[in-house]
Design a protein around this ligand. Structure first.
Ligand code: NAD
Length: 238
């Protein structure tokens, strides 16, 4: 390690991190739900024209969280968060709560969270574990029909962008786990980190992706295998 400063670490995770817990990825299988492309359900337009359909999709996904548990990759990332001596940030595109349930604290949900809803009238953000209906009333302002899943839909601005951009300006080691590199702006983070001088960029995935060329290292394999192995390597070298 150079001097007194410890290298900074930024992690970007995607659906592949939670796949072995049993949370479906978007682009696996046929990418359809009840015959709809996911991209057609996860939009503000779909919520405007077919709110019942959108609620059903997110109610199903929210309920399914009760049937899944964090896996060895989530656990390894929490170990890394606790033991890494330098600055640490985990940015996840995942809307599940498996990182928190494994113990993660330095975590940003850039695409929102399934277990949260947002009132479009009073802007309250609330924890929500049951089903959401078009008639549900906001517990804060009592208005009915104004709650929506606290999910960043296609075409909407992801959360924490300023904080993420600042972290990418100074990152020394960038890890990317289980993301297809299709959804922007997250798909551009590796290139941005490299442009800011990050010299070590490691992609972990079952296979190469459309953004693989931006990385300096590849670890191909299941997240529950490659992530704990890399965490062990990083910590023993730190
Ligand atoms: P994606 O479905 O597009 O891609 C998943 C990637 O993970 C693929 O490249 C695949 O090869 C890889 N993968 C699959 N299983 C893996 C495993 N066991 N180990 C390692 N890699 C594995 O997912 P994405 O890139 O995260 O897509 C972005 C969008 O999908 C985000 O907006 C996100 O919110 C949403 N999403 C989230 C969840 C979740 O919260 N768990 C689930 C599905 C989709």
């Amino acid at each position: 390690m150079a001097g007194l400063t410890h290298p900074s670490l930024v992690i970007l995770s995607g659906a592949g991190l939670s796949a072995e817990s049993g949370v479906a990825t978007f682009r696996g299988a046929d990418g359809l739900w009840e015959g709809h492309r996911i991209e057609d359900v996860a939009t503000p337009e779909a919520f405007k024209t077919q709110p019942e359909l959108v609620h059903r999709f997110y109610n199903m996904r929210r309920a399914s969280l009760k049937t899944v548990e964090p896996n060895a990759a989530h656990d390894a990332l929490v170990r890394l968060e606790r033991e890494w001596p330098g600055p640490f940030l985990h940015i996840t595109q995942n809307v599940d709560d498996l990182n928190e349930r494994a113990g993660a604290r330095k975590l940003l949900h850039m695409h929102g969270q399934l277990r949260q809803v947002r009132c479009t009238w009073c802007r309250a953000v609330l924890t929500w574990d049951g089903d959401l209906e078009t008639s549900s009333a906001c517990p804060e302002c009592a208005r009915a029909g104004k709650l929506r899943p606290d999910i960043v839909w296609f075409g909407e601005m992801p959360y924490y962008i300023d904080e993420i951009m600042r972290a990418l300006e100074t990152v020394d080691i960038f890890l990317c786990i289980g993301t297809s590199g299709v959804v922007y702006p997250a798909a551009g983070f590796a290139r941005l980190a490299a442009e800011h001088g990050c010299a070590r960029l490691i992609e972990m995935n079952l296979e190469r992706t459309g953004i693989s060329d931006h990385f300096t290292e590849q670890r191909h394999g299941a997240a529950t295998v490659v992530v704990p192995a890399l965490v062990g390597e990083l910590l023993s070298a730190s």
